[in-house]
Design a protein around this ligand. Structure first.
Ligand code: GRF
Length: 198
């Protein structure tokens, strides 16, 4: 399966996916990194891994639709099978959603539907919950609302700082994303083969 990984910042999750493909832990290849932030660390990670990178600010396009048309062109010219959002801090719009329906997956650092949106870990620490976690879900038009594929809890110890919780959540994210992509991509592949036969 040919993956495009979308990220806006550091890209530690993107790196986990890239490494898993390279090390044969995933039966897939990362063929493109997409970033809406041209100076994000993830763009260097793509360069270091020798992966093509489309990095452009949506502000430099006339509209969200024209930005997504440009992204779509990059995806289709590389025969991408699935879009893996890994810290991509932008809602996917109708151009990409309609063309990649059921093929876009996202990771979120909370047990959805709790703490959707920005700074989910900060929200959890602020709320004083003792358990938060990680969710992998399909992407729909909402903010962190699509069907859930997998979840894993992370315990917050008394007195733990946001930074400590972030480190614990990040470690779980890297593992859970790869484990979930393994079976989800296998299912997608199966579906594509069935569609081709009919
Ligand atoms: C992760 O917590 C991801 O779940 C969230 O944004 C963060 C990105 O971290 N959507 P990184 O850039 O992958 O290190």
């Amino acid at each position: 399966m040919r993956l495009a990984v979308f990220a806006s910042g550091n890209g530690s999750n993107a790196q986990a996916v890239i490494d898993a493909c390279r090390d044969g832990m995933l039966d897939a290849e990362t063929v493109l990194v997409v970033s809406d932030k041209p100076d994000a660390r993830v763009t260097e990670r793509a360069y270091e891994a020798g992966i093509d990178c489309f990095a452009a600010s949506p502000k430099s396009f006339d509209s969200k639709a024209s930005f997504e048309e440009a992204v779509h062109k990059e995806l289709s010219s590389r025969n991408v099978d699935a879009l893996v959002l890994a810290g991509y801090m932008r809602l996917i719009g109708s151009v990409l959603l309609s063309r990649w329906a059921g093929r876009i997956v996202n990771i979120h650092p909370s047990l959805l539907p709790s703490f959707p949106g920005l700074d989910a870990i900060g929200q959890a620490v602020e709320a004083g919950v003792r358990v938060t976690g990680v969710t992998i879900h399909l992407v729909d038009e909402g903010m962190d609302t699509g069907p859930i594929l997998a979840q894993k809890p992370v315990t917050i110890e008394r007195g733990e700082t946001k930074q400590e919780v972030e480190a614990a959540v990040r470690a779980v994210e890297h593992e859970l994303y790869v484990d979930t992509l393994r079976w989800w991509l296998a299912e997608l592949k199966e579906e594509s083969l069935c569609q081709r036969e009919h």
